[in-house]
Ligand binder design. Structure first.
Ligand code: FA5
Length: 350
């Protein structure tokens, strides 16, 4: 019987290597380990043996049974790997360098305008900051002097998460964090705070040619000793003349925002109609572009800056509207259309 066992062992090993697919392996398993399989037969044939022989032979057969099960499992894994390799070999090869006949994408006009503004402000010593889109009520409103139930909140209804956080309705939501981040360098080393923070904003409002529910703003702040409105006007003028590279008419009028005092609205003469009035400027000839003002003492205090010692300005540039004016996009909604055809006509910069 021992001889039979050895023969079975070597036959199993040969058949295992010959089993070329999962079906062949399964039929091999049934032939050896199934109810009527050869190894099971060996166990059945032990009836005729003496007790001593049964003990010795039983152990040998059980070891063989275990080894057979392990070898079959190992072969199954090998076959699976071979199958994956074959599938990979059959996959078509991609050559990413072959020129495509499809239309190529381009940078989005808002990205181009944002980069241009970042370049201009960094040359003037401003840091560019990134800030999350999901913020707390404190960051978006309370820290910038808009307490709960303040009427100014009506202008900025936004989207709330179930945990009470919200999608930021204005980039001013980052002001407090920026003041806290750069405050120590201002106090200890006399380094002015100069930062811009572009970002996506969200508002729950009806859309039209100049209003979207998702749009971009770029906030800017500067805080130091003796900062005045003249500094604010200088930076605004420099930025606009660099972005447009030509003379454009702007007007400054009083504006109310709880986080600045005094506050202004900086409007740009509509570049779509030249100021005669069209749907892109709500038929007024002017487009609200960049509200701004001197940072309210309460906002400075909340950011850890002493308003008796320091002053600063802040602005909230409408980046999406700036892109509209720069690239002559008549309807703001086109900028969110996601259409390559629409986007690529505004710029050929890649
Ligand atoms: C604000 O959001 C203030 N946080 C701006 C500010 C910052 C004032 C710092 C003073 C100091 P306002 O809601 O007006 O203000 O929005 C600012 C600019 O964002 C607008 O002038 C406009 O250009 C743009 N904007 C506002 N709402 C929309 C909208 N729905 N779609 C497109 N652009 C918008």
């Amino acid at each position: 019987m021992k001889e039979k066992l050895e023969q079975l062992k070597s036959r199993l090993s040969e058949e295992l290597s010959a089993a070329a697919d999962p079906q062949a392996l399964e039929s091999l398993r049934v032939r050896y380990l199934g109810k009527k399989g050869s190894i099971t037969d060996l166990l059945k044939g032990m009836k005729a043996l003496s007790n001593e022989e049964k003990k010795e032979f039983g152990q040998l057969v059980n070891t063989l049974k275990q080894q057979a099960a392990e070898s079959i499992q190992k072969r199954a894994e090998e076959l699976k790997e071979l199958e994956i390799k074959k599938e990979i070999e059959l996959m078509p090869e991609f050559d990413l360098t072959i020129p495509t006949k499809e239309e190529r994408g381009s940078y989005h006009p808002i990205t181009l305008v944002q980069r241009e503004c970042e370049r201009i402000f960094t040359t003037m010593g401003f840091n560019v900051e990134d800030y999350p889109e999901v913020v707390t009520d404190y960051e978006c409103f309370e820290a910038v002097n808009v307490p709960k139930n303040h009427p100014a909140r009506d202008m900025q209804d936004t989207y709330y998460l179930t945990n009470g956080e919200l999608l930021k309705s204005q980039t001013s939501a980052a002001q407090n964090a920026i003041l806290k981040k750069y405050g120590p360098a201002l106090r200890e080393k006399g380094m002015p705070i100069r930062a811009i923070f572009p970002g996506r904003c969200f508002r729950n409002e009806a859309t039209d040619a100049t209003h979207e529910n998702t749009f971009f703003q770029m906030e800017g702040v500067m805080v130091d000793k003796d900062i005045s409105i003249s500094n604010l006007i200088y930076f605004m003028k420099t930025m606009l003349s660099e972005v447009f590279r030509r003379d454009i008419k702007v007007r400054l009028r009083p504006g109310f925002f709880p986080f600045v005092e005094p506050g202004f609205e900086l409007d740009i003469n509509c570049l779509i109609c030249g100021g005669t009035g069209c749907p892109s400027c709500n038929h007024s000839g002017w487009l609200e572009l960049c509200p701004c003002g001197m940072i309210h003492p309460e906002v400075l205090k909340e950011g850890g800056i002493d308003p008796e010692e320091y002053t600063g300005f802040a602005f909230g540039l409408g980046l999406t509207r700036l892109a509209m004016m720069k690239y002559g996009v008549k309807d703001i909604r086109d900028l969110n259309s996601g259409s390559l055809k629409v986007m690529s006509q505004f710029t050929d910069d890649k």
